[in-house]
Design a protein around this ligand. Structure first.
Ligand code: GDP
Ligand code: MG
Length: 151
C-alpha cells in the first residue's frame, strides 16, 4: 500500500525543500510548476494555495495522500482560508518553516504563525528550518506515526 505525504502552502515557503529534508525527494529544488505525484510524496505549486479557484485541485490530490503538511513562512504566514485544512482528505499537520531567519521576537512570530495554522484547521503545529534541519526530526516522527496508523 502506498503511503504518501502531501505538502501544501504558498509559493516559496519551502515545501519542496522540506520534502528533501524529510528524505522523500532527492532531486535539486526547482520551482514546482504542477502537482507532482511520486510514490512517497505529492508536491504542489504554491499558486494552488494562493488562488481559491484552484483549491479543488488540491482537495482532489489530497485523496491520494495519507498525511498532509501545510507549510507557512515563519516571518510572513500570509493569508490562509479559515478551516481550509478540513477540506482535505487526510490529517493535516501545520509547519512553521524558516525559523532560522527569525531574529527578534522569535516566540511572538512563531505563535502568530501557529495561530494562523490553527485557524486554517490543522491538528498540530511544528516549527522547523527545512534548510538547517531544526525540528525536522520531530515533524518526521509524527508524519511516520500517521502513515503507519493508516497502513
Ligand atoms: N532560510 C531558509 N530558507 C529556506 C528554508 N526552506 C526553504 N528555503 C528557501 O526558500 C526558497 C523556496 O523554497 P522551495 O522549497 O522552492 O519553496 P516552495 O515554493 O514552497 O516549494 C529556496 O530558496 C529555499 O532554499 C528554511 O528553512 N530556511
Ligand atoms: Mg516547490
Amino acid at each position: 500500500m502506498t503511503r504518501r505525504v502531501m505538502v501544501v502552502g504558498r509559493t516559496g515557503v519551502g515545501k519542496t525543500t522540506l520534502l528533501q529534508k524529510l528524505g522523500l525527494l532527492s532531486s535539486t529544488v526547482k520551482k514546482t510548476e504542477s502537482v507532482e505525484y511520486a510514490p512517497q510524496f505529492i508536491d504542489t505549486p504554491g499558486e494552488f494555495m494562493e488562488m481559491s479557484r484552484f483549491y479543488h485541485a488540491l482537495i482532489t490530490s489530497s485523496t491520494k495522500a495519507d498525511a498532509i503538511v501545510l507549510v507557512v513562512d515563519a516571518s510572513n504566514p500570509g493569508q490562509l482560508s479559515p478551516g481550509i485544512s478540513k477540506a482535505f482528505a487526510a490529517p493535516v499537520l501545520g509547519c512553521v518553516n524558516k525559523i532560522d531567519l527569525l531574529d527578534s521576537n522569535y516566540e511572538g512570530k512563531v505563535d502568530y504563525a501557529r495561530k494562523k495554522l490553527l485557524e486554517a484547521g490543522v491538528e498540530e503545529v511544528y516549527a522547523v528550518s527545512a534548510k538547517e534541519g531544526t525540528g525536522v526530526r520531530e515533524l518526521k516522527a509524527r508524519i511516520e506515526e500517521i502513515l503507519w496508523r493508516c497502513a
